[in-house]
Design a protein around this ligand. Structure first.
Ligand SMILES: [Zn+2]
Length: 105
């Protein structure tokens, strides 16, 4: 299923099943964002580690969303929903840091 966003880097439409994030130029596929960050990274900046952590958080988001759509148990839904929001917050913080440390000139 397609989301309403197009990737700011490759211009293709982002699917809900894909890993994606939001940075200063808009929504982007994780792997497009990763390519740009790896190309522009500066000496001494732990971009690889930050990208790995971001990828883990984004995979958690996809996983939480998948389980949320599959369960009807209200208690479970509540926990999954709260955890998913936390993962989104973590992903946003990591993306912002990578954007600032690797993509900004
Ligand atoms: Zn892309």
């Amino acid at each position: 299923m397609a989301s309403k966003w197009n990737c700011a880097i490759c211009s293709k439409q982002i699917m809900w099943s894909e890993l994606f994030t939001f940075y200063s130029k808009g929504a982007a596929h994780f792997f497009c964002f990763k390519d740009v960050a790896m190309q522009t990274k500066k000496e001494g900046v732990p971009v690889d580690a930050l990208l790995n952590m971001l990828e883990s958080e984004l995979r958690m988001i996809v996983s939480y969303k998948k389980h949320l759509s599959e369960t009807t148990n209200e208690d479970l839904k509540k926990v999954l929903d709260e955890n998913e929001k936390d993962a989104e917050k973590h992903a946003a913080l990591l993306t912002k840091l990578i954007d600032r440390m690797a993509l900004q000139k």
